[in-house]
Design a protein around this ligand. Sequence first.
Ligand SMILES: CC(C)=CCC/C(C)=C/CC/C(C)=C/CC/C(C)=C/COP(=O)(O)OP(=O)(O)O
Ligand SMILES: O=P(O)(O)OC[C@@H](O)CO
Ligand SMILES: [Mg+2]
Length: 244
Amino acid sequence: MILLKTMYEDIIQAKKDSKKLLAVLIDPDKIDTSRIPEFFQKVHESIITHVFVGGSTDEGNQLETVVKTIKQHTNLPVLIFPGSHEQITETADGILFLSLLSGRNPKYLIEQQIQSVSKLVNSSLEIIPTGYILIDGGVETAVQRVSETQPISQEDETAILHTALAGQFSGKKLIYLEAGSGAKKMVKPEIIQKVASQLQIPLIVGGGIRSKTQLNAAFSAGADLVVIGTAFEENEAFLEELKK
Ligand SMILES: CC(C)=CCC/C(C)=C/CC/C(C)=C/CC/C(C)=C/COP(=O)(O)OP(=O)(O)O
Ligand SMILES: O=P(O)(O)OC[C@@H](O)CO
Ligand SMILES: [Mg+2]
């Protein structure tokens, strides 16, 4: 019998080894598929370890085509980061099975998840239960609009910490602190530090990270995996600053 390690086990191992992980977020609505080969050459020269694909919306229904094309050009693990139950394709390696724990909208706590089951029940995607916590990043974000929920204020550190721990106690395997795509303010390092120091499971941080200094601040504070989307969309040179 061949025992293959799961992507989740690899994340746990990286955490144990204090090896920091970085995901590029590809928004299927925004990427020009003809640019994927060239873009991934640069990705492979950088410290990026994971590829997340998803958007708060997928208006052009591009997810499957985009994931297929990405898979032709990389061996990095490709995880779906779904804005809805419609964003599922077998061509990826896994899916962050998100539940929006910061909100009180049942559609994003359990309804989207139930609606996704018919596609996932016979799937070979690795399903990773993820507690997703939206934090105020200083602008109204797409997630906020789509989910019709309010982010938690960065002042309310206890609420953020307790939400993350309630996620862990409920059996989530990852916690994602999200300031929102294109956030003005990333999640404060003090908050990352507070949550990371109490959480046993790996911590993902994303939203509004646009510089190497911010990336290193998130890592030093205890983020195990950082997600960057907008900064690469707006400025590919930033990718070159993150060379191995
Ligand atoms: C488990 C399944 C199948 C679905 C879960 C659905 C849930 C709970 C989603 C959480 C709320 C949500 C809408 C998350 C979206 C996450 C995401 C892909 C954000 C990226 O947003 P962008 O599309 O980059 O935003 P912009 O369009 O503003 O750049
Ligand atoms: O696009 P940015 O601001 O990098 O955010 C990444 C991700 O956390 C958004 O869901
Ligand atoms: Mg975006």
